[in-house]
Design a protein around this ligand. Structure first.
Ligand code: FAD
Length: 324
C-alpha cells in the first residue's frame, strides 16, 4: 500500500509558480479522499524557507533539493533529482503542473518511474475508490476520462488555472527534508536568458485576456485592444491568422499551436472561432465574442455575444470601462 499523494512544485526565479499551489490544493483534496498523506517535492535554487509556503495548502512533508545547478530547468539534471525524491515519497499518485517545463518533466519522469501518465488534465475524481482524470483530446474536440490499473502509480499533470486553490492556512507547518541529490554533468547548459521586460502580463497567468484576430485588419489596430486591456488589467492575445500576418508575436498566439489559456474572462475580437483557436481558450470561465458575422462559430462557444463592427463597438466599450 502506497503512503502518499506526491506533488512536484515548480520553483522559478526565487518563488513558486502559482500553479504549484493549485496542484498542492488538488493534492490535498485527493489525499483526503484516498486516505493518504500529502508530500511535496521541490527542486530549485534558493528555495530555503520558501518550502514552507506549500504547507499552507496542506502539504505535510516537503523534500527539497536546493542547489545553484537547479537555477534553470535542464531535463538531464532535474529528472534524476525529482525521480529520487518522488521515490522517497512512496506515492500512489504524483501531480505536477502542466506548464511548459512540467509537461516535459512529467513525460520523462513517468518513463523513469514506469508510471502511467495523463497530461494536461482539467479534473481529477475518485469514484468508488478508483482514481480518474479528465483531459481534453484531439485539440479540445472531446474530453476523455483516464483510469489506472490497480497498483500502478498514476501521474497527472494539471492544466494551470483550472483547479482551485485552497484558502492558505498560515498556521500550518510542514516537515522539510533537505535531500543531497547527486547532480550529473549535463551535456547542455543555459548560457543566457532573455527576459521579456515589457511588463506584459503573461498570457497563461492572466485572469482576463483580450484577443484579436484577422478582423482587426492590421497591426496598428491592436492599439485599441492594448488600451482596453490596460484598463481591465488584462493581457492581449491573438489568433494564428493575426500572428501569421506578422501583426503580433508568436508568444501572443492562443490555440492548438499557441498557448492554452484559462482566464476568468476571454474577450475574442474579430476572431471566427476555428476549432484550433477554441482548443486554446475553450475552458475559459466566461467568453465574450465581438464579431460582425452573426453566424461566426465563436458565438456557439460564447457566453455573451456582440454582433457588431468591432471598430464601432470597442471604442464605445472602452469608454464605458474607463468610467467604472
Ligand atoms: P478568420 O477566420 O478570418 O476570422 C476573422 C473574423 O473576424 C471573422 O469571423 C469575421 O466575421 C470577423 N470580422 C472581420 N471584420 C470584422 C469587423 N470589422 N468587426 C467584427 N468582426 C469582424 N488558429 C489559432 O487561432 N490558434 C492556433 O493555435 C491555431 N493552430 C492551428 C493549427 C493547425 C494545424 C491548423 C491547420 C490551423 C491552426 N489555426 C490556429 C488556424 C485556424 O484554423 C484559423 O485559420 C484561425 O484561427 C483564424 O483566425 P481568425 O479567427 O483571426 O481569422
Amino acid at each position: 500500500m502506497a503512503e502518499s499523494v506526491c506533488i512536484v512544485a515548480e520553483f522559478r526565479d526565487g518563488g513558486f509558480r502559482r500553479v504549484s499551489f493549485e496542484v498542492a490544493s488538488e493534492g490535498r483534496r485527493l489525499a483526503d479522499s484516498l486516505g493518504l498523506k500529502l508530500y511535496g517535492v521541490v527542486v530549485g535554487s534558493g528555495v530555503g524557507d520558501k518550502a514552507q509556503e506549500l504547507a499552507k495548502y496542506g502539504v505535510e512533508k516537503v523534500f527539497v533539493a536546493d542547489n545553484p545547478a537547479f537555477e534553470h530547468y535542464i531535463a538531464e539534471t532535474y529528472v534524476p533529482a525529482v525521480a529520487e525524491m518522488v521515490r522517497q515519497c512512496d506515492p500512489a499518485v504524483v501531480l505536477l503542473p502542466a506548464s511548459m517545463n512540467g509537461k516535459d518533466l512529467s513525460a520523462r519522469l513517468a518513463a523513469r518511474l514506469e508510471a502511467g501518465l495523463a497530461q494536461d488534465c482539467v479534473e481529477i475524481a475518485v469514484q468508488d475508490g478508483k482514481l480518474r482524470a479528465k483531459r481534453p483530446l484531439f485539440g479540445g474536440k472531446c474530453l476523455g476520462w483516464y483510469e489506472w490499473s490497480d497498483g500502478e502509480v498514476a501521474m497527472i499533470s494539471c492544466r494551470p488555472k483550472v483547479m482551485s486553490c485552497l484558502e492558505p492556512d498560515d498556521s500550518k507547518q510542514a516537515e522539510v527534508v533537505n535531500v543531497d541529490v547527486e547532480i550529473p554533468d549535463a551535456r547542455s547548459r543555459v548560457v543566457s536568458v532573455d527576459l521579456d521586460t515589457s511588463g506584459k502580463i503573461e498570457l497563461t497567468e492572466a485572469d482576463i485576456i483580450v484577443s484579436g484576430g484577422r478582423g482587426m485588419k492590421g497591426p496598428e489596430n491592436f492599439a485599441m485592444l492594448e488600451e482596453l486591456a490596460s484598463l481591465l488589467g488584462a493581457a492581449v492575445g491573438a489568433s494564428r491568422a493575426a500572428v501569421d500576418a506578422g501583426w503580433r508575436p508568436h508568444s501572443d498566439q492562443v490555440g492548438q499551436t499557441g498557448k492554452v489559456v484559462t482566464p476568468s474572462l476571454y474577450i475574442a475580437v474579430g476572431i471566427s472561432g476555428a476549432i484550433q483557436h477554441l482548443a486554446g481558450m475553450g475552458s475559459s470561465k466566461y467568453i465574450v465574442a465581438v464579431n460582425k458575422d452573426p453566424d461566426a462559430p465563436i458565438f456557439s462557444k460564447a457566453d455573451y455575444g456582440v454582433v457588431e463592427d468591432l471598430f464601432k463597438f470597442i471604442p464605445v466599450f472602452t469608454e464605458e470601462v474607463r468610467k467604472l
